[in-house]
Write a protein that binds this ligand. Structure first.
Ligand SMILES: [Zn+2]
Length: 408
C-alpha cells in the first residue's frame, strides 16, 4: 500500500478491510498485468482473488483458492479493477442545465460559462460545497470509480481556491490546484496581475492541500507564456503538472505539457502531427474526456491516432457542471468505443490502468499481489458488456480498500 501524504494535508483516515476476504467464482478477471500479445487486460478465467488488509494478497485459479474469513461469490461474473477517474471538477455550486439546453439548441461552447459557476461557488458555504462533493463522489463510487482526482478552479480567489482544495482533500489524495482555470471577471483587463496572484499568494495558500497544478491553456483562457509561468511556479513548490490542452482548437498546450514533464495533458481533441510525436516520445499520458465532446456536441478526439502512435491514453469524465456533467466512467467507455475507435479492451484499460498512469500511481488501476483491493464485480460475464450495453447499471458491487461499498 503506498501511503502518500503531502506536507500540510491532513491525513484522511483510510477504512481498510480486516481479516481475509475471498472473491471466488470469477468468470473473467481483468488484471491489467502485461499479458499475451493482443491482451492488454491480462485476462484470467475461472479465477479467485484473496484480500487481506485492504490489499490483494493472492490471485489464482478458483480451484486452488485458499480459505478465508469471508467469501463473496462472483457467480461467474466479470471482475475488474475499480475505475480511476483522473480528471474531475467536483467542487462547485449551482448547475448549468439551461446553458446545456441552449447549446443543444445550437449555441456554440466557448468555455465562458465557467464564470457563472465561479459566482455560485463563491456564494456557497463550505457545507454546501462539501455536500456536493460528497454526493458526486458517492455517485461515482456506485458506478465503479474507486480513485478520483478533484480540481479546484471555481473559486479564483485566494480564500475560495484554498477552501475548495481543503474540501477536495477530504475526499481524495489526488487534489489539483486549478487557480488558472479562467481569468476571473474582476481581472479581465489585467491578466498579468491575475497570473501574479496565482503564482504568489494563491499558490502559497493552496499548495499545502494540493498534489498537482493544472492550467487551462486555451484561447480565451491562458496563453502559453502564462501557462508556462504558472506551471513552473507549481513545480518549484513540489506540485506535479497537468494541463488542459488543445480542447477547443489547435494550440501549444500539449507540447508545453510534454516539455514540463506533465503526468497528463487532458482533452487532446485538436492535435497536430508534432503534438502526437511529442506525446509518443514522452512519459506524458493523453487523457481523453469524451463526456465533454458529448455535452458540447463537438468532434471527438482521435484516440486511434494516439494509440497507433504508441501514446498512453487515459479516459476520464471531466465531471463539471458546464461541459460534462457526468460522473460515469462506463458512459465514457461506451463513448470511446463507439465514437473514438477504441476497442472495448483499450477503453477499459484506459479507464483503469490509463487513469492510474495519468496520476502516476502504481497501487491502483490493476489487480495484482500488493495492489489496493479496489475492484468492481459486474452484472455481466465480460468487460465487453460495459460498451456493449451502454446506459445499463452493470456495476453489481464495488470494493474499495477491500471494503464492500453500498450496492447501487
Ligand atoms: Zn477539465
Amino acid at each position: 500500500m503506498s501511503a502518500r501524504s503531502e506536507p500540510g494535508v491532513p491525513a484522511r483516515p483510510t477504512v481498510r478491510s480486516s481479516g481475509s476476504l475471498l472473491v471466488d467464482n470469477i468468470g473473467e478477471l481483468v488484471t491489467n498485468a502485461p499479458g499475451a500479445e493482443g491482451d492488454p487486460l491480462g485476462l484470467r478465467r475461472d479465477a479467485a482473488l484473496l484480500i487481506e488488509d485492504g490489499e490483494v494478497a493472492w490471485i489464482g485459479p478458483a480451484r486452488y483458492a485458499p480459505a478465508a474469513d469471508r467469501r463473496i461469490d462472483a457467480d461467474g461474473a466479470a471482475v475488474l479493477p475499480g475505475f480511476v477517474d483522473s480528471h474531475a471538477h467536483l467542487v462547485f455550486a449551482g448547475d448549468r442545465a439551461a446553458e446545456f439546453a441552449a447549446r443543444m439548441s445550437g449555441e456554440p461552447y466557448t468555455g465562458g460559462g465557467i464564470r457563472t459557476t465561479v459566482g455560485a461557488t463563491r456564494a456557497a458555504s463550505d457545507d454546501e460545497l462539501r455536500a456536493t462533493v460528497g454526493r458526486l463522489r458517492g455517485e461515482a463510487m456506485r458506478q465503479g470509480t474507486t480513485t478520483i482526482e478533484i480540481k479546484s478552479g471555481y473559486g479564483l480567489t485566494v480564500a475560495d481556491e484554498t477552501r475548495s482544495l481543503r474540501i477536495a482533500a477530504e475526499f481524495t489524495e489526488d487534489t489539483t490546484f486549478l487557480g488558472a482555470h479562467v481569468v476571473p471577471a474582476e481581472y479581465a483587463d489585467r491578466p498579468d496581475d491575475y497570473v501574479g496572484l496565482v503564482c504568489g499568494p494563491m499558490l502559497a495558500a493552496a499548495a499545502p492541500y494540493a498534489r498537482w497544478i493544472d492550467v487551462f491553456c486555451e484561447r480565451g483562457a491562458f496563453d502559453v507564456d502564462h501557462a508556462r509561468a504558472i506551471l513552473a511556479c507549481g513545480q518549484a513548490v513540489g506540485l506535479g503538472v497537468r494541463v488542459h490542452a488543445n480542447q477547443l482548437g489547435p494550440g501549444p498546450g500539449v507540447q508545453l505539457g510534454v516539455e514540463l514533464g506533465a503526468a497528463s495533458v487532458d482533452h487532446c481533441t485538436h492535435l497536430s502531427d508534432a503534438d502526437v510525436d511529442a506525446l509518443a516520445g514522452s512519459a506524458t499520458v493523453a487523457t481523453l474526456l469524451p463526456g465533454a465532446e458529448f455535452s458540447t456536441r463537438s468532434p471527438y478526439p482521435d484516440a486511434r491516432r494516439l494509440l497507433d502512435a504508441g501514446v498512453t491514453v487515459a479516459l476520464a469524465t471531466d465531471c463539471n457542471p458546464g461541459s460534462s456533467y457526468t460522473s460515469s466512467m462506463p458512459f465514457c467507455i461506451a463513448l470511446a468505443v463507439r465514437e473514438m475507435r477504441m476497442t472495448p479492451a483499450e477503453a477499459v484499460w484506459a479507464a483503469t490502468a490509463g487513469g492510474a498512469a495519468a496520476l502516476r500511481r502504481t497501487d491502483v488501476g490493476r489487480l495484482a499481489r500488493g495492489a489496493r483491493a479496489d475492484l468492481i464485480i459486474l452484472d455481466a460475464p465480460s468487460h465487453l458488456h460495459l460498451a456493449y450495453r451502454p446506459g445499463v447499471p452493470l456495476i453489481r458491487q464495488v470494493l474499495h480498500n477491500g471494503v464492500p461499498q453500498c450496492r447501487p
